[in-house]
Design a protein around this ligand. Structure first.
Ligand code: SAM
Length: 270
């Protein structure tokens, strides 16, 4: 007699409800994976367009920087409400009055650092963690520090996936650098001060370079490269006008030392 498998008894011809359920769940899971993979592919196409039209078109040529920007999923570093705009040509809010920098600015600052694999890098101003993830694909020896504690903790989680263990992503005032891991081959500061923080200059290895925005709060600043010669002599060069959120903490003088909130938002970076 022909069996239609709806009796509830398990036979060779009729695997029973459990197997049926398992098969359905497996099919659903596979479909879910497929959809997720397709979505990631879609975003890969957006990353490619971002690199071509916003980054390469503006003169970035460093192969490692271009490849890295193609690979890092920027949309995973912003809140759900901003993810659609993650590959657009502008900064985005990340909460606490702070921003994730425009993709071009991230690429430019990374290129300016002239990193080699193995270089030890300090980032001041972790924010979303995106810039640190970009750095970590070029050299695994990255430390990053963020004064707004909830941002630092959120970035710690995100950056685990990029291979940065918790101790390398720390809450604190980056104006003072990270003494115990100095000297650094390169330092990148992603918030603006009206002077080069002396502790950071001191923690830069002779022969190293620091990239940072210098200028008044809430106004146009200069993106500069500070090069420390082998003999310790310091040279500074301006590359571009920019507008960054302010460096707080020690950058604001003795009163600012107490600040752990990151201060008010300034304009957005170019
Ligand atoms: N690099 C970040 C990214 O990829 O999302 C963007 C950083 S946002 C433009 C600047 C960050 O610097 C903010 O998150 C701000 O809280 C942080 N910041 C400001 N002053 C700081 C300080 N003294 N020490 C550490 N971080 C600071």
């Amino acid at each position: 007699m022909k069996s239609f498998c709806h009796s509830g008894f398990r036979t060779r011809a009729c695997p029973g409800p459990r197997r049926g359920i398992i098969a359905s769940l497996a099919a659903l899971f596979a479909a879910g994976l497929l959809i997720a993979a397709e979505r990631d592919d879609e975003r890969a196409a957006e990353r490619k367009a971002m690199v071509e039209h916003q980054i390469r078109a503006r003169g970035i040529t460093n192969r490692a920087v271009l490849d890295t920007m193609l690979g890092v999923p920027r949309h995973k570093f912003v809140d759900a409400q901003w993810q659609r705009q993650a590959y657009d040509d502008h900064p985005l809010p990340i909460g606490y009055g702070q921003t994730i920098s425009q993709p071009y600015v991230v690429a430019l600052m990374t290129e300016m650092l002239e990193l080699k694999p193995g270089d030890k890098v300090l980032e001041v101003g972790t924010g979303s963690g995106y810039q640190a993830a970009v750095l970590a694909r070029i050299t695994t020896n990255v430390f990053t520090i963020e004064i707004v504690e909830p941002l630092a903790l959120q970035a710690q989680k995100r950056l685990k996936e990029s291979g940065l263990e918790e101790g390398r992503v720390r809450p604190g005032d980056g104006y003072y650098g990270i003494e115990e891991h100095a000297p650094f081959d390169a330092i990148i500061v992603t918030a603006a001060a009206d002077h080069v923080p002396p502790p950071l200059l001191q923690q830069l290895r002779p022969g190293g370079r620091m990239v940072l925005p210098i200028g008044p709060v809430n106004a146009i600043q200069r993106l500069v490269i500070v090069e420390k010669g082998k003999e310790g002599k310091v040279k500074t060069r301006t590359v571009l006008p920019v507008q960054f959120v302010p460096l707080t903490g020690g950058a604001r003088g003795p009163a600012g030392k107490e600040s752990t909130t990151g201060g008010k938002a300034g304009g957005l970076e170019r």
